[in-house]
Write a protein that binds this ligand. Structure first.
Ligand SMILES: Nc1ncnc2c1ncn2[C@@H]1O[C@H](COP(=O)(O)OP(=O)(O)OP(=O)(O)O)[C@@H](O)[C@H]1O
Ligand SMILES: [Mg+2]
Length: 243
């Protein structure tokens, strides 16, 4: 479970995240939406203990990101967008394996888990090839596998499907469905409203650091009496006076 309690993050005088409050339950998939610069990555970085909130706190399974960062780190799986930071000279298997060892996994459990994940993500074919020659989508799959190798209870994925093709995105959706079934707490950010509707129980829409909406897509449609997802998004982030 993740609880965000009145969290504000300032960079100098700039307020990137403004008094944000919401929670995600185990077995729930929550989508984090917002325009570029809305504060999604900053929020996730605070959850991951990479950044400290200026005020307020976040707890992960009851542990505070500011006071109990080690306990938090042990419980989370992380994937951040952009450069996924794999070692080009290592193979996919070695990259994932290295990460699992950092988490203190035993060799046998680790190698079984890698086989299982690479099957699910359909990356067996290139598991033993060097990552340096991989396409963007192939790298993204390796990064997803790496973030899940230690079977974390809480999963934070920042734009995980960027660069994935249609079939890879569908493989990813199945994986998320399995993880939800297993009772994991899952947060992911996206710019793809269709994907969010398919995957998420609820969404949080942020705008300029503030929470604009939290609830299901069905509730969102009902509130604005609109069906088109992009129109809905524009409605929520458009008017300055809502909420
Ligand atoms: N380290 C930093 N120093 C200064 N400003 C920052 C820093 N990190 C983020 N910001 C600012 O905070 C705001 C929110 O950025 P953030 O990366 O959280 O947005 P985002 O919602 O993830 O956007 P995108 O959809 O483009 O990924 C932006 O205005 C950004 O410039
Ligand atoms: Mg971002």
């Amino acid at each position: 479970m993740i609880e965000v309690n009145q969290v504000t993050k300032r960079f100098g005088s700039f307020v990137a995240v403004d008094n944000l409050t919401f929670a995600i339950q185990p077995g729930e998939v929550l989508g984090l939406l917002g325009e570029n610069g809305a504060g999604k990555t900053t929020t996730m970085r605070m959850m991951a203990t990479v950044l400290q909130p200026t005020s307020g706190d976040i707890t992960v399974d009851g542990f505070s990101v500011s006071r109990q960062s080690m306990q938090v780190r042990r419980r989370i799986g992380l994937l951040f967008g952009g450069d996924v930071g794999l070692y080009g000279r290592l193979t996919a298997r070695e990259n994932i394996s290295y990460f699992g060892m950092l988490y203190g996994m035993e060799e046998r459990a680790l190698s079984e888990r890698i086989i299982q994940l690479s099957r699910t993500l359909q990356m067996e074919e290139y598991l033993d090839r060097r990552v340096s020659g991989f396409s963007r989508g192939m790298k993204q799959k390796v990064a997803i596998a790496r973030s899940l190798v230690h079977d974390p209870a809480v999963i934070l994925l920042d734009e995980p499907t960027t660069g994935l093709d249609v079939s890879a995105a569908s493989v990813f959706r199945r994986l998320i469905a399995d993880l939800r079934q297993a009772g994991k707490t899952i947060l992911f950010s996206s710019h793809n409203m269709g994907e969010v509707e398919k995957l998420c129980d609820r969404v949080v829409i942020m705008h300029r650091g503030r929470l604009r909406f939290v609830g299901s897509i069905a509730e969102l449609k009902q509130r604005y009496r609109l069906d088109d997802l992009d129109d809905l998004f524009m409605r929520v982030v458009g008017g300055e006076h809502d909420e």
